[in-house]
Design a protein around this ligand. Sequence first.
Ligand code: 26Q
Length: 819
Amino acid sequence: MRANTSIASTRASAWPELYEAIAKHVRYSLAKELRGLSAHDLFLATALAVRDRLIDGLLETEARYQRADAKRVYYLSLEFLMGRSLVNNLVNLGMADLCEDVLRALGTELEEVRECEPDAALGNGGLGRLAACFLDSLATLGMPGFGYGINYEFGLFKQEIRGGFQHERPDNWFAESSPWLIARPADTCVVPVYGRIDHAQDRRNNYNPMWLDWKVLVGVPHDMPIVGYGGHTVNWLRLYSASTSNEFDMEIFNGGDYLKAVEQKIVSENISKVLYPPDDVPAGRELRLLQEYFFVACAMRDIFRRYRRRHAVIAELPLKIAIQLNDTHPALAVAELMRMLVDEDDVGWEQAWAMTQEILGYTNHTLLPEALERWPAALLEHVLPRHMQIIREVNDRFHRQVARLWPGDSGRWQRMSIIDDNPPAQVRMAHLAIVGSHSVNGVSALHSELVKTRLVPDFYRLWPERFHNLTNGVTQRRWLLKANPALAGLISETIGDGWVTDLEQLRGLEAVAADAVFQQRFVAIKQANKERLAQLIKHSARVCVDPDSLFDVHAKRIHQYKRQLLAVMGIVHEYLCLVEDGRAPLVPRTYIFAGKAAPGYWAAKQIIKLINNVARVINHDPRARGLMTVVFVPDYRVSLAERIIPAADLSEQISMAGTEASGTGNMKFALNGALTIGTLDGANIEMRDELGEQNIFIFGLTAEEIAHLRQNGGCRPRASYERDARVRRVVDAFSSERFCPKEPGLFRWLSELLLDGDEYCHIADFTSYIEAQRRVSQEFTERERWLHKAILNVARMGKFSSDRTIREYAARVWDIRSV
Ligand code: 26Q
């Protein structure tokens, strides 16, 4: 039984209406007969029929917002990891069952049609997926919240594994032809870049800088309708494609500079070509900067245009709009907003600055110093001369403020300045975002504390009221209702379907957590999900896995701080206990890994190779048969996560404490009844607080202990190596040929890294990790106890709905309401 409240499925006319709508699109959009259609044809026709409903909702919603003259929030993000939309939209419209029936009458299965849709992979990982969950929550809550981003022609690369190595293939999703995107050429934006500043004066002899000789970028918006659960609100995500406007070209052609016009065309079209992974080499950097500015400038123009349609007084802008910066990637919005107010609307500097701060909020997503964005001042100067001038002015005024408070404290100013003057001078985007916003938030309680105490303590001393915490969440519509319909059905049958829009209601499951019949049904669903995943693994990784074994899952981006390597060390330890000591594991396990490494991140790519080599050795060892299996599932993406997460027994969340800002996968796994093995990092801490420490396997050093160790000369891995034979055996296995018989020396670097200069303290947490894993195995054998805990996990995840997160942003940062 699927929970749905919409009228669509209950109207008697709904069936023929949907059938006719699909048939109409087959004929008039695809220009085909209703016979002999492929699943892909039916996907397109169905999506277009659904899109028509979305458009009705979109126009109705806009009219409602206008009548209320509602304040709106705009979420600026370089990434929106939307995944597939068909079934998500059907579920939110309450049309999933209906559509299943109609497609069956057309001779196919929804199951087959949904697989034809490519993932919209317009993001790298957590930050992009969070943006997608937020859009779902905003629409479900009936709040006027909209996204702005880039319509990348190529999303995140596709991952193939060959010879154990990651290879990247371009992801050519249908940026130009997606049925979910509505092109809006009438709202095309023209954005100047490059050029120079003429330091002119106006008639009253006031300084009046002119930005001259610029080139242009042209942004064409494409809107993706975002329907909330129940179908009452349809917001939108506006994605810009860079292109050339013929009209504008004409002006240049008329000016006679034919070659320049053609050159510009090439430059402009490259801007929305590809999503950057988080690590890129300096060579590609200028284009990334252009991307960041391009979409900020388009978004700001669009926001101003919308405001002006109904409001005359620019000074009231902060009463009607809020803008959230998803990390520093859109931080140029600070300078762009100032430029528009000061240069284009003649607002005085002081007032413009107050308005800018009132409008903007900034969310930080990382504590890793190397991940903080900095741009060479010379590059910014070259690409955006007027913005660099504004940034300098902002910084000079900020300097005066800091100097008044801490006279003569030049060390403090060096730490706080927006511009780091040590050559080559760089602009610190986080500082720009903090100075230009009224709100700075982290994404979990621990992370927000560390932002204040470690990342930018000087700013916290200056403006303590600006800093706060907004713990992340995930949407239960996609991550339970859609991804795990059987479990969703069981829950709705037991406690009603109110949890779909009020996740705290899951608490009602506590009453049945120990109930034998409920446990039986719960475990049968988990088993079915595991069997389905086993099928998928057989096809994609060519490995047979036993659905009766414990599914131990580590699925996320591959990064050293996330410590996939620690999981591998645990596996190798278990394997060596088996083959060298003759001690078999307590329960058979399948170790499942999935995740992409940034193409330029050598160590992460080596870890993928290591996982695949370890898998090869263990899976081919008859002594391990039926006891241990290791698989790397290629091409982790939203649609694959929807298959993997509902099938997990154990969720690995084992980052070094103090490095994972929040994590959101951790929430999705627990919501689907997996137990977590994790460190006291990010949102794991708050999960433990909610779940109770009996119901989560916590291990390892705390962030504080690690900081303390680091201050006192590091984690001393060599001492552990000398002292502990288990550590020694695992580390030595990496320097031996055991996991690379045909590639001698391949993993020697790992032994060296672990013993010398390991920033992520793998060895320091190793014994604690394998002890926690032993407890996991022990408890998995006590079936009722395990199930009890798994059900309690589901019951107590209410806090981690992105609905709660969005309500907090709405009340504390944006001051917006449901309409
Ligand atoms: C920066 C400059 C140039 C190119 C790329 C980037 C770039 C791109 C993506 C930098 C960072 C990212 C992504 C960061 C990210 O996903 N962070 C995660 O955000 C989640 C949502 O808040 C948290 O749950 C995770 O803990 C955090 O790692």
